[in-house]
Design a binder for this molecule. Sequence first.
Ligand code: AMP
Length: 285
Amino acid sequence: MEVVRTVAAARDRRRVDRGAGRRVALVPTMGALHDGHLSLVRRAGELADSVWASVFVNPAQFGPGEDFERYPRDLDRDLGLLESAGAAVVFAPETAEMYPRPPVVSISFEPLDRTLCGAHRPGHFAGVGLVVSKLLHIVEPDVAVFGQKDAQQALLIRRLVTDLDFPVEIEVAPTVREADGVAMSSRNALLGPDDRRAAPALFHALETGRRLIESGERDPAEVEAAMRRAVEAEPRLELDYARCVDREDLSAPATVAAPVLLAVAARVGGTRLIDNLPVDPPPES
Ligand code: AMP
């Protein structure tokens, strides 16, 4: 496995793959890797001949007072995991390499970033759009793999590449969970033992919503209220949102008739956790 630290070195290495006629897949990450990330790397290996991963904690997607400074970082450990999962190249730039001067270009996803996490993290998706655009231009992968864990991000990136004609396929891989249902996340490492024990309430809330829809509930407000109660039953969790939205455009449906996304976010201790579940309502009998 090769590690490239500069844009120029990444482009040189990309030319090698192009010369060899290899199909390239890119898995963008912020490091502090877990099995969720590694599942994307393995999926990338099924889709391409040469798997690239990027490890970059992108300051542009953190707001003031968010956890950029305390975000977990361990590049040596990440490189070992990426190699064992089959990555051929890792692009791991310093901040100054990615942002030699403050960017003036901004990617707006309005109105799709006014809901869910976008409503609670102003500027977050503009920062994601910026770094993903840069990574796709630097690596020029044939396919890029993202996780369903960040459902709104995956949807906005699909729109980014279609609206701006990026020549790349987007693949979205399922959420990998711990045995107790908690979605794997680099931020789980920041949880103390009591907070970690409280975290499954998010997944239980999603399961509550899913069961309601599968047993015939069609009122999104009822589904959201039940999910909210399930999160609030765990006193350590402070709810950001519990939503049942259209899976295509994240709008609030009048009734649960088409595929929906159940999405929750809550703070526990100083850490913000998110999770989601795509649900298909059963056909009307
Ligand atoms: P991050 O390092 O948090 O920016 O995540 C990098 C990529 O890994 C994103 O596409 C995430 O959606 C994906 N990812 C994070 N957690 C999981 C998980 N538990 N299962 C699957 N993919 C994940």
